[in-house]
Design a protein around this ligand. Structure first.
Ligand code: TUI
Length: 315
């Protein structure tokens, strides 16, 4: 049994979060993770305020366990989502892709636990002094919008500068990864890529197949020129973005316009050619489809065994 301050803080059985993946993390997935003893998160990114409210209401019918909402701060709906989480009595909010400082006072006042996803120790320090009760330190191995540092380098440096619990994300897909980040000082984990193939994850079959068939070298990052690099599985679309990355005949606005709708095309339509199939470098570790309950139990059984076995190296 692995227990940390995260279990107590959030009232959950296992210190694991499911990443708040846009167009992926809906009520069905979040409630399945919460029912399995982790923290499920609904992604607010792709919904306006009322769509998010409807998704929250659905999740409330599907679980009596705590679940949260992830607010992607670059989303045009971030303001609406920030209000809806308060109105719906959401107990925990995670944020990504920017600074949550302008919303924090209102959320803390409403009794919401705020857990920002952060890519550096300086940003970790800043959000903790503004009242964050924990942080998710996300390394660049992750899928989607990423920072510069790897999980291995980021997690211990964040642990060194904050007193609140640190949840590690990026590159974790099995019990070895869970055990490894605990050794770096993390008290919880957040996984995205592995949950893409969960039975309760409703994304298109083609997306699941791409993850299940991925090798370690099958992801690529694009979008650095816009200041927000995104990791995704290689396909025609990703390669064409990569080719445009340093093409000065294309403006940033044109580059941005190629991205519009690409995540939806992957997750909902399963468009192999023009979809953006976001996934982390650990996709190559994801080989089987399971329910969220099976995944989470297996992850922590493995981590438990790895941590207990580690003592064999100490002479
Ligand atoms: O947000 C994510 N991952 C995402 S969001 C997303 S949707 C999308 N994003 C970009 C283009 C198209 C679609 C897909 N994946 N992860 C959390 C994360 N947060 N990664 C990096 C950050 C971050 C970056 C800067 C957090 C804070 C931050 O602060 C900057 C500042 O100035 O305070």
């Amino acid at each position: 049994m692995i227990k940390t301050r995260i279990n107590e803080l959030l009232g959950i059985k296992y210190p694991i979060f499911q990443g708040g993946m846009a167009w992926v993390a809906d009520a069905a997935l979040a409630s399945a993770v919460s029912n399995a003893g982790g923290l499920g998160l609904i992604a607010a990114m792709n919904s306006n305020g009322e769509q998010l409210r409807a998704e929250i209401k659905k999740a409330k019918l599907l679980t009596d366990k705590p679940f949260g909402v992830n607010i992607m701060l670059m989303s045009p709906f971030a303001e609406e989502a920030a209000r809806v989480v308060i109105e719906e009595g959401i107990p925990v909010v995670t944020t990504g892709a920017g600074s949550p400082l302008k919303f924090m006072e209102a959320w803390l006042e409403a009794g919401i636990k705020v857990i920002p996803v952060i890519p550096s120790s300086a940003i970790a320090r800043r959000v903790v002094s503004a009242g964050a009760c924990a942080v998710v330190a996300e390394g660049g191995e992750s899928g989607g919008h990423i920072g510069e540092l790897s999980t291995m380098a980021l997690v211990p440096q964040v642990c060194d500068v904050v007193d609140v619990p640190v949840i590690a994300a990026g590159g974790i897909a099995d019990g070895r990864g869970v055990a490894a980040v605990f050794m770096l000082g993390a008290e919880g984990v957040q996984l995205g890529t592995r949950f893409l193939v969960a039975a309760e994850c409703g994304i298109h079959r083609n997306y699941k197949e791409k993850v299940l068939n991925a090798r370690d070298i099958d992801t690529i990052t694009t979008g650095k020129r816009l200041g927000h690099p995104v990791r995704q599985l290689k396909n025609e679309f990703a390669r064409s973005l990569a080719a445009k990355e340093f093409d000065s005949s294309i403006t940033n606005e044109e580059f941005e316009s190629f991205l519009a709708g690409s995540l939806r095309r992957a997750a909902i339509e399963g468009d192999i050619k023009t979809g953006s199939f976001m996934a982390g470098q650990c996709a190559g570790l994801v080989k089987k489809e399971q329910t969220c309950k099976e995944m989470i139990e297996e992850l922590f059984e493995e981590a438990d065994a790895v941590l207990r076995g580690a003592v064999k190296w100490v002479k």
